[in-house]
Structure formats: C-alpha cells, structure tokens
Design a protein. Structure first.
Lengths: 483, 860
C-alpha cells in the first residue's frame, strides 16, 4: 500500500544539492555552509522515501556533500592563508573512509562510489572543483512515494527484562535396555514371550504444577499386536536435573513375516496435567525397532544360516529408499526361492556334472514355479533394452549365467553386472537378480549363504542393486575328497 | 421482505439521480456527472444511476463531494463553482435552478415554522410571568427571591440559574413556602419540560410529598425529561410509586435501561437499568403487564422496547422470558402479520429487532429448555427455511461465548439446542438459508462445550453419516445440472454440506483430544463406515490430527492413520496426508520414522490427489534432515512431470515454490534449473504464479535467466493495485541490469496506464534507478500530454510537469540529454512549484472539503 507521494519535497532537496555542488566547482567560491544545508535537506528527504535504493542514494549523497564541504573549506582556507588549513583536508579524508565503510556494500547508485574515489587522493586545490563536478553529474533514482510511518513499539517493562528465563524444559532419553542388554538398532524379540524393558531419562527441571511425567510408546501398530509398558514418574525430590529409571515389560504378540518392517516404538514424553508446561525438546535415543521373526518356529528357507543372510540383505536393501517397496517385496520372494534352491543344490547335489545355460534356465524356471507365490507370474524371455532377459517376476529381471571353467566368487560376478543392470534400468527398476551356476570342477563346496550378496552398479541417476547368487553344482563326492 | 423494501428504495434513489443528472446536463454544457465507486446488482439490472455520484466540470477549480442523492452533491458543487462562473453555457430548462428553487422554498417554510414556534413561546412565557406575578404578591419578601430566580431561569434557561435555585433550596429550605411548593408541583404536573430537572431536584431536597413527587418523577421519565433526577426519585420513593403509571412510562424505562445501538461505532451509550429493575422488583405484575401490552402491539418500536426490557430484567429474574416465549416465537414465525415494518425500516432495522427477539428466546431456552423447545417445535412443522432460520438462530446463539476468549458454561439447553440443530441439518432437503445457522459447525467448537460434545459424540458422528446420503444426491444432481446457475446453486449446497460434515466430525475430534474414550468411539465409528464411503472416511481420517495432539491420543489414532496411508483407497491416502499436515507441532517429533518413510512414497503415488496432497503438506510438515536429499529428488521429479502441459499448472507452481524455497541451492537457480523454472512460470496464467508465494519465489529466482521478462509480463497482464503492488516490490528487488534490459517493455507498460499515478511513480523510480533515463523522461512527458489543459486538471498537469522536469534534469546531469541546461531546468522546476502554490492559495476556500457539510456554501 502506498503511503503518499514525497516526490516534489524530495526532489527539491536534490535540486539544492545539485546547485550547491555546481556552485562549488568555481575555485573562488566557499559555499560550505550551503552544501551542509543541502546535505541536511537530503537526509530529511532520505528518511521520508519509500524506495530503499533512492533513500540510500540520497543519504549517501548527503554524506558526500558534507565531505566535499570540508574540501571546499580547505580550499577557502588555503586561498585565505588561514592557519592549519590542512585540518579540513584531513577531516574530509577521514570522513570519506568512514563513508566508504558505510556505503561500500550498500545498495546505492554505483556512480556515487566511482566518482567519489578521488577524494581519498586529493592533493591540490583544482581537484576539489573536479570532484564537485563529478558528484553533480551522477544521476540518482527519483524517489516518488513516501515511506510508511509506524508507531514505535511500547518498550517492555523493567520487570520483564530483569526476569531470568527458566532453564529450557528438556527430556533426554539416556538408555533403553531389553533383558539387561542395551537395545540394538534393530532388536530381536522372541514373539509371545515376555521381556524386560528398562528405561532411563534425564529431565532438565520439573515444571511447576506438573504431577507426573508419562513416557508412552508411540507406534503405528494395532494395539492388540504388542504390549509395551508406559512409564510414569512422580516428581523426584530435590532440584533438577533429574535422572530417573524404571523397568517395565515388552511383549510381541505375533511373529513377523520376512516382508514386514520391524515394529517401531518411539517413546514420547508428556507431563500431566496437560495444562502444565510441556517439554520443548525430547532428545536422545528413544526409538526401539523390534524384529519379531521366529526363525525356529517359522523358517524362511528351512536353512537357518541362509535365513539370517536373507534378513541381513533385506535390511541393507531397505536402507536405500530409491528401491520401491513393491519391488523389494518381489525381490525378497525371489531371493527366498533362489536361496532355498542354492541350499538344496548344495544339500542334495541337484546339479551334478556340466550344464549349459538353457538347461540351467529350465532348472531354475521349474524350481521357481514350484513356489506358490511365484508360479504363474514368472515370465520367460521378456524383452528389455533391446535384449531378451532370461526370467522375470513382477518386473524384477533374473539374469542366469553358467560358469563351467573355473570356480567363481561374488566378486567375479561383476563381469555380468553391466548386462543385468541394463535390463533392470530398461524396466524402470532399481533392483534385479543375477543367478550364476558354478559347475566348474571343484574340490570343496562353500556354505550356500556365503555365495549370496548385493552388487552395486553406478549410474548418473543413482545406484542399481543386483542381488547376486551363486549356485554350486558339479559338487565333489565326499568319497573323492578322501582319495 | 426487508430486501424488497431496500430494493424499492434503491430504485427510487436511482430514478431521482437520473432526473438530477438531466437537470445538471441542462444547467450547463460543460457540466457532467461522475460515478464514484462500484456498480451494484440493482444498478446493473436497472441501468439507473444508483450509488455515490458527483458533479464535475472542466472549468471548476474545486471538486465537490459524491453523495447517494446526487442532488446534494449538485447543490454543493453549484455553491463552490457555479455562482460566479464565467464559462457557464446554459442548455435548456428544467435545470439545476429547479433544485435551487426547491431549496429556497424549503428554507422559507422552515423559517415560517420557526417564527410560529417563537410567537407561541413568547405567549406561554407571558402567561407564566403573569402567574408568577400573582404568586409573588402572596409571598413574604424573603421568598419572593425564589420567584425572581424562576423568572430568570424561564427567560434565560442557563445552567447557572438552575444551580442558583438548587443551591437556594439546600441553604435556605425554609423560604420555600407551601405556596411555592404547590406552584412547583403544578409546573411539574403541567408539565413544563424546561422546569423538570430543577423542580424535581428541589422538591426532592425539600422532602416534598413522596407520593406526588414519585408520580411527577414517573411522568418526567415518561416524557424523557430530567431522567437522571427522576430515576433517583423513583428509586428513593419506590414504595410510593403508583403502579398504574408504569405502563405509561414503560417505553422510556426500557430506553433508559437498554438504549438503541448507535449508528456510529465507538459511541458508548450510558445505560440506566436501575429504575426498571427496581420497579420490576416491587411491582412485577405491572411491569409484566406493560411488557405484554407492548409485545401484543404490532409497532416495531414497542416490540423492540419490550424485548430489550425483558433482556435487562433477565439479569434479575432468569425466568422472565419464559412466559413471553409463545408471543415472541409467533412474532418471529409470522413477522409479516404480527409486526408493522414500513418503508422506513431497512433490513438492518429488521435484523436488529429479530436479533432482540431471538435473544429473548435464548433466555427462555436457558430458563425452561424443554418447554421452549416444544413451543418452537410446534411452529417449525410448517415453517419455511427463512422462518426456521429466524427461530433457530436463538439456538445457535447459545453456542457463542459472552465475551472474547471466555469459555461457555454448559447447561441443559445446550444439549437440547445441539440436537435440534443437528436434527434440522439432517432432515433438510435444501440448505438455501440455513448455511447461516449451521455455519457454527464449520468453525471449531467453543471452549467449555467439550463435555457436551463427548456425551453426544456418537450422535454427532451419526449425523455426519446421515448427511452422506444427501451429499451423494447432491453430487448426482450436480452431474446432471445443465445450466450454469443451477450448477452453481447445487455446488454451493454441496460445498456447504461437506463443510457441515467436516464440522461435525471436527467437533468430536477436537473434544476427543483429552478423552481416550471419545477417541475410541471415534475410531469405532470410523472402522464401521463401509469402505465404499471414502469421502466420509477421508473426512474422519483428516480430523484424526485433532486427537493426536496428546501422546495418548497419538498412539490411539496412529494405527488408523497408518492403515489409511498405506491403504488401497487414494482418497484415504490423501486424507491421511492432510492429517499429517494438521498435526500439532509438539507431537510431530514423536512420530515414528516409519511414518516418514511411508510419506515419501506418497510423493510418487500415481494418483494426483495423493501426491498433490503430499506436496501441500510439505509446506507445513517438515521431515527430519536425513530425508532432505530424497525429498529434493522427488519434488524435482514432480516439477519435471508437470512441466509438459497446462493441466496442473496450479500444482506445478506449488511444486516450484516448494522446490525454490526448500531445496534448491543458489548455483542451481542461476543456471539451467533456474531458467527451466522461470520458463515454466512464464508459461502459466499470471494469476496462478501470483497466488503461489509470488514475492518469495521471485526473490529466490532474482538471478535466474528470464526473471526480468517474466515479471514485466506479469505487470503487463495485471491491472489492479492489489496485484501490481507486489510486482513492483519484486521489480525493486531485481538487479538494476535486469531492469535496464527490460526498459523498453516497462516503457510500453507505462504508456498503457498513464493515468495510474501508482504505476507511473513506481516505474519512474525503477527506470531512473536502473539508468534508463531516456525512457523515464519519455514516460513523464507522455503523462503531461495525457492530462487535458483545463481548470479542473490544472494542478494534476502541473504536478506531472514537475515529474517531467525531474526526469529531464537527471538525464541532463548524466549527459544523456542536452536540449536544456541544468540551470534552465532548475528554473523551470521553481516556476512550476510557485505556480502550484499560487493555485492552491487562490482556491483554498472553495476546495475546503467540509465546506458543504458545515454550511459555508453561499446557498446555505
């Protein structure tokens, strides 16, 4: 909103400044007082301007007028042979340095800085007129609107100022212990079993009027799936800060599926009654991530070591948020089926002798179709990136390879990474599967879980993750080892 | 009813203005009429000049005033400018001389009345002087001074003379003989209004006959004379009051107790309820009888007085309203039969009276809720929507607190009123007028009603469910509507109904904040709503943010919110996101990380409603810092995705705004990304960009390629001050080089709006700042040339000349122009300033704004 027009008053001051500067270009004129008056008028105009740049420029010119008025005084004093005439010059230069400090970085008309630079090096009388001429030749923005005038704020009473603010009310979570051990980042709890849960917090001070501090678990899980204690603390004796500790119980009522994320319980702090002051900050480790998969009672593949490895890979893949949740789920289904196949291959020597890729593809296809979660959704030879992928499940590409010549490790699988990743990228995914049958001649077999891992393929748009699995075939018979 | 009267009045005023316009045009060839302000619906429909208009003339040095009745403005203008005008060019008769003649005749009639009143006053004074002369002869010398003082008072009516008489009564009561006291009583009983204050106070000081004095006091109150003193006497001698006089004085008693509202805001009326309250305390039957008589009347003022008296007495007797409830309900139900509202009553008057009557019903509801509700109910069965609105407004007013930030104290009437209002809402077919009544549900419930809402939680949520059927029917009608107006009507109803549902749910959700039991009821109701009602489920899910204000509430509500967030219904996902936006800031820190992770997925949800809600939410809902890189990527993806068409520009503007303010770094905005964002904004309709944090975004993008052209384009395409002000603020913040590059376009903009002082002033500031001195000079010159060289516009033109001189001077100083010297331009400047000052002095008196109102015009 405009607050009136200031133009004619402000520009009248500007005209007086131009006149004063132009008059001062004459060597014999000493109009220092007129220059100072013009500077005062410019200052008054500057305060009234709404446009910041114009206001600052007018203020800056006012400053220069005062400085040049000292130069004009200096010139007059020299011409009049007055005593200690140089004091005016020294004053002008000192003032100019202060002026520069104030306006060097300010948003003003650049000409004011450029045309005034000569002030710092004035040595003879002729320069004074030149400087005045240069300053009078700087065009300035024309201020048109008046600045808004707001009533000044009522100062705060002394009492308010003197009062020391109380210590910030903070609740810091110091420790969580489950069954006597510090809680891990993802802690495993046996479902349907009662566990101890111990909590330790520090409270910076106890708010006035508060009777109890409640620490309650906040979670998105349905209430009948867990039973985690809420903690209540009455005001401890003495002055804060207080460190308080309490023990409760934690029960998970149902086991988790491999696809489920861990339960997350975030403990929140609240004083009661609610009308009392509440914590401004709740800090520290206050989130419990609880895993409730029971590998004994509900195995994933039936091979515990492989099951643990699958969970480990799942957690590391979840860390990367670029992989869509649905893709991760589908990949886990495949990883479970293929992990099981790798274990069974080792267990029962499913792939004796040397095989080629088509044979291995048939084997894998059959093995996957046996899994009810995959079955009909497994596609064979879908096209992607101008090539033909081997198998695909809900858009997750499975590239199959066979190595007949030499033993292969996970690091060696990097040579297949580019091809697999290009199929994955072409499908718009961030995750794919590479499954290699190692049917080279070998003296000894390795545990199946050691041949399962995640390889990364880097692109401009971020990493593509390839889950690599080596299935061991052509296993030595135990009797051959004793020869 | 009242609306019809107002429309008729507006039309009559328009016809009168049309006639005055003709008289003005006939008065002088140079005279014309100027409209001031906007055009209303009635004016648009009839074409009549309704509203504020003013007379204008190119040869007039002073503008007049704009008035509703153009005749007032025309006479004022005539007195300022036309009396000694040498340019007047009469056209024909009839003209303004008709209005001037009418004014003269009216002034002559007023003088005649004043003369007659003066002669009557002189005769009455002579008669009183004669009485006093006769009385003087009967009095001792010491008492004769009283009669002399009375004579002086009668002649002069000065305050000093009154004081003198009162002081005499205090200092020398013995000189007031029985003859004088009798004379005093006779004057009071006459009654002589000028004497009431002195007479009552003197007799009160002298302890004169209390019965007769109380009667005189009540008579004075009746006539509204010396009411302060009369009230004091009534209170002092309340036992001696004659109850039969109460009815006569009732109007004044009511006005004293509750004076009508002032039309001027800020004027405080003094209330004197004590006499009415004291009389009610001692003579309740007489006061009630008076109220009844007034209420039975059809007269507007009588009914108003009765209603206001009841409201005053309510302070003393809470049950006073109940016996009159039937009469008042009937008046509100049938105002066209039971209240005389004439042409002089505006819809404001009608509204005020209805408001008073509704307040009485409210009082009755508080005292006897069941009985009053039954009475209202009997009238509602045949009531139309307007009548329903009038009757139930009393119910609605129960839900307003008496003072700012005061809690409501829950009483039995609240429960009855709540159920009545909710029943009305759920049984209505159309909400044409009831939006006003049910609007209370659209805002949050008043504090103090939490207990009531918790008790009625199931009922209120049930009502929201019942409204779902009406909503679906309206949605169906909306789809079938073929005419635009019909569509808009249904659309309004539909929106109102949705707001009503949200309000009902919001009340319960708000009251559930401290009540786990209510949260459980809420969640049970939510789970009971079938999944094929995603709209209502969505409302309830969004409102979950309210109970989540406490840790306990948060924990109870989170599973439902989470389920909605990961559920299959896109409407519920969007609703859950909206709930996150509204969640109390203190509780946001307590949200589990899992929820944030799920929130991220909603930004790439294929459904627009979901990812758009997520972006809306991001404006207020901040995620932990660790999610920032992913958020940046996801928002940027949305910017790219929406950059390919106009469909979704509103949302694109929002995404750009979010990206620019939250995630973009400086280097990015100076480069290709900045250019892309600016080009997308430039592609949109200006109003879209302007609505989306325009100033903030433009500030962030001030170094981006193309920003100057974009802002100038916006300036060119907008016209109202409201819109151009922020654009100029942005232009001021752009680097001078950017503005300089756009100088030609800015000059073009200025040439299109030479009569807009704000735009011209701002553009001159900007262009002279950026060094575009030639363009600034050309604009200023064009402004001078655009103003006619007439007496009326002389000042304006001179002011424009000043601006032109200033721009020329800056250009000359800089060496850009050399047509005139600096000295010549300074001389020009001073000459113009002198000319303006001379013009100001010459016409100062004529231009006095208040000249007409203060009667300084020659005609007055």
């Amino acid at each position: 909103m405009r607050h009136g027009v200031i133009f004619s008053e402000a520009f009248s001051a500007r005209i007086r400044a131009i006149e004063a500067l132009r008059t001062a270009t004459e060597a014999r004129v000493n109009n220092a007082q007129a220059m100072r008056n013009a500077a005062d008028d410019l200052d008054a105009a500057s305060i009234s301007c709404d446009y910041g740049v114009a206001a600052a420029s007018y203020g800056a010119l006012a400053g220069l007028l005062r400085i040049t008025s000292m130069l004009v005084e200096w010139r007059g004093a020299i011409l009049d042979a007055a005593q200690d005439a140089d004091r005016f010059l020294r004053s002008a230069k000192a003032q100019y340095r202060l002026w520069l400090e104030e306006y060097r970085a300010a948003e003003i008309q650049r000409g004011l800085l450029e045309n005034s630079a000569a002030i710092d090096s004035v040595a003879d009388l002729e320069q004074v007129g030149n400087i005045c001429h240069a300053l009078a030749a700087i065009p300035l923005p024309i201020p048109f609107f008046a600045a808004a005038v707001y009533p000044s704020r009522i100062p705060k009473g002394d009492q308010q100022q003197d009062k020391e603010p109380p210590v910030e009310l903070k609740v810091a979570f110091l420790q969580f212990e489950i069954d006597g051990e510090p809680a891990k980042q993802v802690h495993f709890l046996t479902p349907q079993m009662t566990h101890d849960l111990e909590i330790e917090v520090r409270v910076s001070r106890w708010p006035e009027g508060a009777t109890t501090l409640h620490l309650r678990p906040v979670t998105v899980e349905l209430p009948d799936t867990y039973d985690f204690s809420s903690f209540q603390f009455a005001r401890p004796p003495g002055e804060g800060p207080f460190v308080i500790r309490q023990r409760g119980r934690a029960v998970l009522k149902f086991p988790h599926s491999i696809h489920a994320r861990p339960f997350e319980f975030k403990y929140a702090a609240e004083f009661s009654p609610r009308a009392s002051e509440q914590p401004v900050a709740v800090v520290g480790h206050r989130t419990l991530r609880i895993e409730g998969i029971d590998l004994q009672r509900s195995p994933i593949t039936g091979y515990q070591a492989m099951d643990r490895k699958l969970l480990q890979l799942r957690d590391s893949l979840r860390e990367n948020r670029a992989i869509a949740e649905t893709d991760l789920k589908s990949s886990l289904v495949l990883m479970t089926a293929l992990g099981s196949l790798a274990c069974r291959a080792l267990h029962g020597d499913l792939y004796p002798g040397i095989r080629d890729e088509p044979q291995f593809q048939r084997d894998v296809r059959e093995a996957l179709r046996i899994a009810p979660e995959i079955a009909s959704e497994l596609e064979e030879h879908p096209h992607a990136s101008g090539g033909i992928t081997d198998l695909s499940f809900r858009g997750i590409r499975i590239e199959l390879k066979v190595e007949q010549q030499r033993r292969i490790s996970l690091d060696d699988c990097n040579r297949f990474l580019g091809q697999t990743a290009s199929y994955v990228i072409a499908t718009g995914k961030r995750i794919g599967i590479l499954c290699v049958l190692d049917c080279s001649k070998k003296d000894v077999a390795f545990p199946a879980e050691e041949n399962l891992g995640v390889l990364k393929h880097q692109t401009k748009e971020g990493d593509v993750f390839i889950v690599a699995l080596i299935i061991q075939g052509n296993l030595p018979t135990p009797s051959s080892l004793s020869k | 009813m009242s609306e019809d009267r107002d429309i008729r009045r507006a039309i009559e005023s328009g016809k009168k203005n049309r006639r005055t316009t003709e008289l003005i045009h006939n008065w002088c060839r140079h005279a014309n009429v100027k409209k001031c302000g906007g055009t209303g619906l009635i004016e648009a429909q009839t074409g009549l000049p309704i509203g504020h208009h003013a007379m204008a003339c190119d040869h007039a040095p002073a503008s007049g005033m704009a008035t509703w009745d153009l005749a007032d403005a025309a006479l004022d203008f005539h007195d300022r400018n036309c009396i000694d005008c040498k340019h007047r060019f009469p056209v024909r008769l009839p003209n303004l001389s008709e209005l001037l003649g009418e004014r003269e005749r009216a002034q002559a009639e007023q003088k005649q009345i004043r003369d007659l009143e003066e002669s009557q006053r002189v005769a009455a004074l002579a008669s009183r002087q004669e009485t006093r002369r006769a009385l003087t002869e009967m009095l001792p010398a010491t008492s004769q001074t009283i009669i002399e003082q009375l004579g002086e008072l009668d002649d002069g009516r000065h305050e000093d003379q009154r004081t003198k008489l009162i002081e005499t009564a205090k200092l020398a009561p013995e000189i007031f003989t029985p003859e004088i006291i009798e004379h005093y009583f006779q004057m009071l009983e006459a009654p002589e209004s000028w004497f009431s204050a002195v007479g009552l106070e003197t007799l009160f000081l002298l302890n004169a006959d209390p019965v007769r004095l109380a009667r005189c006091a009540l008579t004075a109150i009746r006539d509204f004379n010396a009411t302060n003193m009369a009230s004091k006497i009534v209170l002092e001698h309340i036992a001696h009051v004659d109850p039969s006089l109460i009815a006569g004085a009732f109007r004044s008693l009511s006005l004293l107790a509750a004076p009508p509202d002032s039309h001027f805001t800020g004027t405080v009326r003094t209330t004197t309820p004590e006499p009415l309250l004291a009389l009610y305390h001692h003579y309740p039957d007489a006061v009630k009888a008076a109220i009844e008589v007034y209420l039975d009347s059809k007269n507007y003022s009588a009914i108003e007085n009765a209603a206001r008296a009841i409201l005053v007495i309510e302070q003393q007797d809470k049950s006073i309203a109940a016996p009159f409830a039937r009469t008042i309900i009937a008046k509100l139900a049938r105002p066209e039969l039971l209240i005389d509202l004439n042409e002089l009553h505006s819809h404001h008057d009608e509204h005020h009276l209805f408001h008073d009557l509704q307040e009485v019903i409210k009082s009755s509801l508080k005292a006897a809720p069941q009985e009053t509700d039954e009475l209202v109910s009997s009238f509602l069965t045949t009531a139309d929507s307007k009548t329903t609105l009038r009757l139930l407004s009393a119910y609605e007013s129960l839900f307003h607190s008496d003072g700012w930030r005061e809690d409501i104290e829950e009483i039995e009437a609240h429960s009855i009123a709540l159920r009545r209002l909710v029943n009305t809402a759920t049984s209505m077919v159309k909400f044409d007028d009831l939006w006003e009544l049910l609007g209370m549900f659209r805002s949050g419930a008043q504090k103090g009603l939490e207990g009531l809402i918790r008790k009625e939680a199931s009922y209120l949520l049930g009502a929201a469910i019942l409204l779902e059927r009406q909503r679906l029917e309206l949605a169906n009608e909306q789809r079938q509507a073929k005419e635009f107006l019909a569509y808009m009507g249904i659309n309004n109803q539909f929106n109102f109904l949705v707001k009503m549902q949200e309000g009902l749910v919001g009340w319960v959700a708000g009251a559930a904040a401290d009540s786990p039991e209510t949260v459980k009821i809420y969640l049970e109701t939510l789970s009971g709503i079938p999944e094929d009602s995603p709209h209502l489920r969505g409302i309830m899910i969004t409102a979950l943010s309210r109970p989540m204000g406490t840790v306990e509430g948060l924990n109870l509500a989170l599973p439902a919110l989470y389920s909605a967030l990961v559920g299959s219904s896109q409407q519920e996902r969007a609703a859950a996101i909206r709930a996150l936006k509204e969640i109390d800031s203190a509780r946001r820190n307590d949200l589990p990380r899992l929820l944030f992770e799920i929130f991220l997925t909603t930004l790439c949800d294929p459904y627009r409603i979901v990812h758009q809600s997520a972006v809306h939410t991001l404006e207020r809902f901040s995620l932990p810092e660790e999610f920032r890189p992913v958020l940046k990527l996801l928002v940027r993806n949305l910017v790219f995705a929406y950059s390919h068409g106009e469909d979704g520009d509103e949302f694109l503007a929002e995404c750009i705004s979010l990206y620019v303010s939250q995630y973009a770094d400086k280097e990015e905005l100076v480069g290709d990304m900045g250019a892309l964002l600016v080009s997308q904004l430039a592609r949109m309709k200006p109003e879209i960009f302007m609505r989306s944090h325009f100033e903030w975004n433009a500030k962030k993008l001030k170094f981006s390629p193309g920003i100057g052209a974009l802002v100038v384009k916006l300036l060119r395409e907008t016209s109202s001050d409201y819109e151009t002000e922020p654009i100029f603020r942005v232009l001021r913040g752009l680097p001078p080089a950017t503005v300089h590059a756009e100088r030609k376009s800015l000059e073009g903009v200025a040439m299109d709006r030479l009569d807009n002082v704000d735009s011209i002033g701002s553009l001159i500031e900007l262009l002279t700042r950026s060094g575009a001195l030639t363009e600034a000079e050309r604009i200023a010159k064009a402004v001078v040339n655009s103003i006619p060289d007439t007496t009326r516009d002389h000042q304006r033109r001179q002011f424009a000349s000043l601006l032109h001189t200033a721009t020329k001077l800056e250009a000359t100083v800089a060496g850009v122009q050399q047509d005139e010297t600096v000295e010549q331009l300074i001389q020009q400047w001073r000459q113009t300033i002198d000319d303006i000052e001379q013009d100001r002095k010459e016409y100062e008196t004529r231009r006095d704004l208040l000249r007409g109102l203060l009667g300084k015009n020659q005609g007055n």
